[in-house]
Design a protein around this ligand. Structure first.
Ligand code: FES
Ligand SMILES: [Fe+2]
Length: 386
């Protein structure tokens, strides 16, 4: 266990009956798919480590397919990763007493220090369903016997579209995953981005906020489809000047464009995926995942996607990613988000903070998100799962 985890107090949970499961899910939701690595970081034959929802796992690519098992020996509980021993491509041997497991299903297939033990073949270390898509490795963190639904139900709509080319970068952020989700989706936090380099670079408009009544969101909760909340910023009445005592002290950027432009829209999808349409620029979609690692850390998976139909378009988008969207988007605009999350975490690390906040009208989309999660979580990750 990389960090001491604890339950959220029952008396606190009872105070938020409409989003109780969300408050309880400090380690995320069970029985969902989560991206844990770039495909390109898990090479054939190489063993890598990941922690998701507090569970420490090992990944290995065997004959092209990625396998995942729990990083904990059944015998005395030590981590295989302390000293990795793989004597055949499809097995891993515990360094301590030689318990040997199949990567494919986790089955205990040999014990090197006691080859006639009756335990052989009887037990399995936990193995995880794995899928690769869009350059990412997704792992299903589930209960035994729970059949994993299609990956398409656990990612934002359009994410898996064939013609959508995606470029990705992954960062670790020292905040709870829910703080990441809420920062990304929060319509009022546009305030922190007003001086970002992205604004002049893309010649876009960027207000500093919006009027209170703007906070209506569409809630998607059809069976068998992704569950999410969708906020169309086009419906907002934007605020361009911030005043104190009637004096303008802060301004947004308002440009009049000759060509019609679509307005950005943000949507947040279970278990932890954000989609921002027409961002960082027209015809580009930004996706983000805030994957629970521990109570106080999430994996910040960021992608920009564009529909391409020719090799030239693909090459152009690749060039644009490295020279524009990564430095000016991820490393400038989104660095402001990371700063905000670190600041939020110092408050929200206390469970009681979720009841001490003072939300206003424009924060209502966040409450819709919490309630949606409460209704559709397939399970709550608890410290005993770690
Ligand atoms: S602890 Fe792993 S073989 Fe004994
Ligand atoms: Fe942001």
């Amino acid at each position: 266990m990389s960090e001491q985890a604890h339950f959220v107090d029952e008396s606190l949970l009872n105070k938020v009956p409409r989003w109780r499961n969300y408050l309880a899910a400090k380690l995320g939701f069970r029985n969902h798919w989560y991206p844990v690595k770039l495909s390109s970081d898990v090479l054939e034959g190489k063993v890598s480590q990941a922690t998701v929802c507090g569970e420490e796992i090992l990944l290995k690519r065997v004959d092209g397919e990625v396998k995942a098992i729990r990083d904990r020996c059944l015998h005395r509980g030590v981590k295989f990763s302390e000293k990795v021993e793989c004597y055949t491509p499809d097995t891993i041997t515990c360094w301590y007493h030689g318990f040997t497991y199949k990567w494919n299903d986790g089955k205990l297939c040999d014990i090197l220090a006691s080859p006639d033990s009756k335990a052989i073949g009887r037990r399995s270390v936990k193995s995880y369903p794995v899928q690769e898509a869009k350059g990412l490795i997704f792992v299903f963190v589930g209960d035994e016997g729970f059949e994993a639904p299609p990956l398409a139900e656990d990612v934002p709509p359009t994410f898996l579209d064939d013609d959508l080319e995606l470029h990705c970068a992954i960062y670790e952020v020292e905040s709870n995953w829910r703080v990441g989700c809420e920062n990304g989706f929060d319509g009022l936090h546009v305030y922190i981005h007003r001086a970002s380099e992205l604004v002049p670079d893309t010649q876009r408009s960027l207000p500093i906020g919006h009027l209170a009544k703007s906070g209506d969101v569409l809630v998607h909760e059809e069976a068998g489809a992704p569950k999410g909340v969708y906020d169309a910023f086009a419906n907002h009445t934007s605020i361009w000047e911030g005043k104190v005592d009637g004096q303008v002290v802060v301004t947004g950027t308002k440009r009049v464009s000759e060509k019609p432009t679509r307005t950005t829209a943000a949507s947040l999808w279970m278990p932890c995926g954000l989609r921002v349409d027409d961002f960082p620029d027209q015809d580009i979609t930004q996706f983000e995942f805030y994957v629970p690692v521990t109570e106080s850390k999430h994996l910040y998976v960021m992608l920009v996607g564009k529909r391409v139909s020719t090799e030239e378009e693909s090459a152009h988008f690749n060039h644009e990613f490295w020279n524009r969207w990564k430095p000016i988007g991820f490393e400038n605009f989104n660095a402001q988000d990371i700063q905000a999350r670190l600041a939020l975490q110092t408050f929200y690390k206390r469970d009681t903070a979720w009841l001490d906040e003072m939300l206003i009208e424009g924060d209502s989309p966040l409450i819709k998100w919490r309630e949606l999660c409460h209704r559709h979580a397939r399970g709550i990750q608890k410290p005993e799962h770690m």
